[in-house]
Design a protein around this ligand. Structure first.
Ligand SMILES: Nc1ncnc2c1ncn2[C@@H]1O[C@H](COP(=O)(O)OP(=O)(O)OP(=O)(O)O)[C@@H](O)[C@H]1O
Length: 250
């Protein structure tokens, strides 16, 4: 079955029985307070953490049954933080994204070059290709790391706070890119802290206390009672053009 699916994930750390399915062609936003378990869930769904109970299925087959290169061709993960290969040129960093296709000793071909060029272009990072990663601003670096994930041309893309460090223009650029990638058929799962960005996703899942406590269309999920329960009484929701807009009341 197509999709990436968490079934009954318990542990490690925060997870207390999580069911979540990401379908091809959908952009699913993961929202929730600090410490709720979002990163842990994402890492478990990327195969980087072994759940104590439950399992993750990738296209119907247990994720743990995939070899790392095979998994890397299907699924790419953008972590929240470093370590970063600071001493590499941007283009070299993005070429690292081709590793699951090439292996350690493979020779790059036309397809690899095209994937790298496409990823740099899609993330607005092409002009940085000759710079050292360590010399970039936080926002520039974030876009390059997103390009590295995209260069694998995965079917599923898992992103931990991809808009952190980005100015408003580039936040809008990433949000538009996530939508475009989903339209191209990718399954995109992104942890976001800004509910207004989550409101632009196809679907929102809310993680709280290690569980998915709500999921559905943004307008059904992003309600004032739910958000106040998560973040406190100062959170308000207005509706503009049929979409929820979340703001803080002074
Ligand atoms: N390696 C670890 N060892 C022990 N506890 C951990 C570990 N990793 C995470 N946790 C705990 O699990 C809980 C969930 O952490 P997680 O990073 O998944 O939350 P999050 O929802 O991504 O939070 P944030 O929004 O702050 O990034 C936290 O209480 C955290 O302290």
């Amino acid at each position: 079955m197509a999709g990436l699916e968490a079934r009954g994930l318990w542990g490690p750390h925060a997870l207390k029985g999580v069911d979540l399915a990401l379908r091809p062609g959908e952009w699913l936003a993961l929202l929730g307070p600090n410490g709720a378990g979002k990163t842990t869930l994402l890492r478990a769904m990327a195969g980087l953490l072994r759940p104590q109970r439950g399992e993750v299925l990738l296209e119907g087959k247990p994720l743990r049954a995939y070899g790392s290169y095979e998994r890397g061709r299907l699924l790419a993960y953008l972590p929240q933080g470093g370590p970063y290969p600071e001493g590499l040129l941007v283009e070299e960093v993005v070429r690292l994204g081709r590793l699951p296709h090439l292996g350690l000793w493979g020779r790059e071909g036309k397809e690899d070059g095209e994937a790298v060029a496409w990823a740099l272009e899609a993330t607005g990072a092409a002009h940085l290709r000759g710079r050292l990663l360590g010399t970039l601003s936080g926002g520039e670096r974030q876009r390059v790391l997103l390009a590295r994930a995209l260069a694998a041309k995965p079917r599923y893309l898992l992103l931990d706070e991809p808009t952190t460090f980005l100015d408003l223009e580039h936040q809008a650029g990433v949000v538009a890119l996530l939508r475009r990638l989903a339209e191209m058929g990718l399954g995109v799962l992104a942890v976001l802290h800004d509910p207004n960005q989550a409101a632009l996703a196809h679907r929102v899942a809310v993680v709280h206390g290690g569980r998915v406590v709500a999921q559905g269309r943004p307008e059904a999920v992003l309600t004032e009672p739910l958000l106040q329960g998560l973040y406190g009484p100062g959170v308000r929701v207005a509706h503009l053009g049929g979409r929820p807009h979340v703001y803080l009341d002074g």
